[in-house]
Design a protein around this ligand. Structure first.
Ligand code: SAH
Ligand code: SF4
Length: 424
């Protein structure tokens, strides 16, 4: 979401006459887009701001802005502790950048953090988005989140769930494929809940996008298991351009912890979703997010998390030590597990996962995979398989921006290698 927001911010700035600086020191305006999901990103923001401050001593005219989730959550604190910051805006008023720039031109500090969603936010969709990747594009389909996971700061930083109009999404996808984009990555905090507010189910949007000529691949992030209906799974299985990979966070394996987290599902329900995906979608691969050491997590609870990992066999796991976030319901629970316990559980989990990933990566060897080439370093072309694994491809032909068939000759822990067989 932050990457896509930054792409949008670049687009808005362009309409205001700005262009990218080649060096930070030469910039007239520096905007730091921030994350606040855990405590670590917060700390990074404070230290990065210390670095950015130095730019002002070299160029007193440079304007410094802070936006994103941390600005939404703690923007006034940033403004008061960091007087050199000229502009602060939250996640709900990106569309107000032109007004904020006007404030700066008038010599004022531009601090604006909207508490409520602004109905005028829709004009964001009419601004250009400047993307670095010419072949794979993020498309925001919804903003905010209505779930109330007790550890999570997102509902406070991104606000209420609001779906973008299907036609606006379809128009953007059409213009993207016209400009050469092949992979459409639909994004939102909880895309499987898309359309609840406008009575337009997510699976219908998938069908609409699938029909657009030129869309070679569709991905989405992130789905919530609770909203992953049979219909969505069935449509995923039917659409020819839907990839065979899904990122489906489960967070914890113990029903007691899931309940405390207010995830609204059980371990059995999660595993049932995985079973259905496995039975419907050929060679489907999975990735997930896990929180380790939620308050009161016992060894027995943690064993359930390990059990899910062993049962599902995810190709990739993103695991995070629980981090207490201001204002969240879990903030008021004692963060009773020491860092040593969290680190030890994380280590054990990663060890088990390492063996699973290695085994899964081996199964690619000597198979033919479809790879969409999006980069090139020296003479090696780089792309991703439909299962989202990076693959280095050796080819004498120029295959940039092409979908190709590759014979996989070698598998590593995080990437594959292969030779070109066919250009599709
Ligand atoms: N909307 C997505 C998650 C967005 S946050 C979803 O519901 O799946 C990305 C990940 O950060 C979460 O999946 C969770 O694993 C992790 N996370 C969120 N809050 C956290 C916290 N307080 N401590 C540790 N990890 C957290
Ligand atoms: Fe946070 Fe839960 Fe919403 Fe994901 S679904 S953004 S974890 S509140």
């Amino acid at each position: 979401m932050n990457i896509n927001d930054s792409e949008k911010i670049k687009g808005i700035l362009q309409t205001q006459g700005y262009e990218p600086a080649t060096k930070e020191e030469e910039a007239d305006l520096v905007i730091l887009n921030t994350c606040t999901i855990r405590e670590k990103p917060d700390q990074k923001v404070w230290s990065h701001l210390g670095e950015i401050k130095k730019l002002k001593s070299k160029n007193p005219n440079v304007k410094i802005g802070v936006c994103g989730c941390m600005a939404q959550r703690a923007g006034y604190e940033i403004a008061s502790k960091m007087p050199f910051v000229d502009m602060v805006f939250g996640t709900k008023n990106i569309h107000r950048i032109p007004n904020l720039l006007e404030e700066l031109r008038l010599g004022n500090r531009a601090i604006e953090i909207l508490e409520q969603e602004d109905p005028l936010e829709e004009i964001l969709d009419s601004y250009p988005t400047i993307r670095d990747n010419s072949y794979c594009a993020y498309v925001t389909i919804m903003r905010g989140c209505d779930k109330e996971c007790t550890y999570c700061v997102v509902p406070f930083t991104r606000g209420k769930e609001r779906s973008r109009a299907p036609q606006s999404i379809i128009d953007e996808v059409k213009s993207l494929v016209d400009s050469g984009v092949m992979e459409i990555h639909l994004i939102g905090q909880n895309v499987t809940a898309y359309g609840k507010d406008i009575n337009y189910p997510f699976y219908r949007l998938l069908e609409d996008i699938s029909k657009i000529e030129g869309v070679k691949r569709i991905r989405f992030t992130t789905g919530h298991p609770r909203d992953l209906t049979d219909e969505i799974i069935d449509v995923m299985a039917e659409l020819p351009n839907m990839v065979n990979h899904i990122h489906l966070p489960f967070q914890a394996g113990s029903d007691r912890i899931l309940d405390l987290m207010k995830r609204n599902y059980t371990k059995a329900y999660y595993l049932n979703r995985i079973e259905r995906l496995k039975s419907k979608i050929k060679d489907v691969s999975f990735s997930t997010d896990i929180i380790i050491g939620f308050p009161t997590e016992t060894e027995e609870d943690f064993e359930h998390t390990l059990d899910v990992i062993k049962t599902v066999e995810f190709e990739q796991v993103f695991s995070f030590k629980y981090s207490k976030r201001p204002n969240t319901p879990a903030y008021y629970m004692e963060d009773d597990l020491t860092d040593e316990i969290k680190t030890d559980r994380m280590k054990r989990l990663l060890e088990i996962q390492k063996a699973i990933t290695s085994k899964l990566m081996k199964r690619y060897e000597n198979t033919i995979q479809k790879v969409l080439i999006e980069d090139k370093k020296d003479n090696i072309y780089i792309g991703r398989t439909t299962t989202n694994v990076w693959c280095n491809v050796i080819s004498d032909r120029d295959i940039m921006g092409k979908e190709v068939e590759v014979l996989i000759t070698k598998s590593g822990f995080q990437s594959l290698e292969g030779t070109l067989k066919n250009v599709l």
